[in-house]
Design a protein around this ligand. Sequence first.
Ligand code: SF4
Length: 186
Amino acid sequence: MGLEEAIPVDGYMTTQVSRVINWARRSSVWPMPFATACCGIELMATASSRFDLARFGAEVFRFSPRQADLMIVAGRVSVKMMPVLQRIYLQMTEPKWVVSMGACASTGGVFDTYAVVQGVDQFLPVDVYIPGCPPRPEMLIEGVMAIQKIIDEDNIPYDPDGKRLPLGINFQTSDDIVNLSINSTS
Ligand code: SF4
């Protein structure tokens, strides 16, 4: 059964351009994987047939930042690596989003050393934080869905200068979004 059976093909639909743009954007998020450690394996599993990120239109992982709009940082990031990560982020298309996947990316995890960045949000505007060591693929899917929800509601926050603000979404468990409110300064 296709759309044609629900809507007459010679009929008309009216809507707002912004709704169509948001629908297209949220239905075709293209991730840029920055996977450096074990969380990267969960990231790969998320795209596999068992979890099937394609159901949410976000399975087209791109390894060229100019073709991607969702950066997923999965794993620890060393201080030496951070300038590379920042450059990749700057090369991505606008509007773009960032997911910090796992304890290492969000806080440095167990690697409390001078060589490991103690939270990528010190250098990147992280939109969604996913806890765990490692987070399960379902949690990453939920993170992507949270971003899609914000896009769909046309709720992307900007500051008065037009600069994109991080969404600041935190997860507690895989089925409990504790903070889906966007940044209070929006
Ligand atoms: S959070 Fe855990 S699973 Fe993820 S990269 Fe760090 S040590 Fe590995």
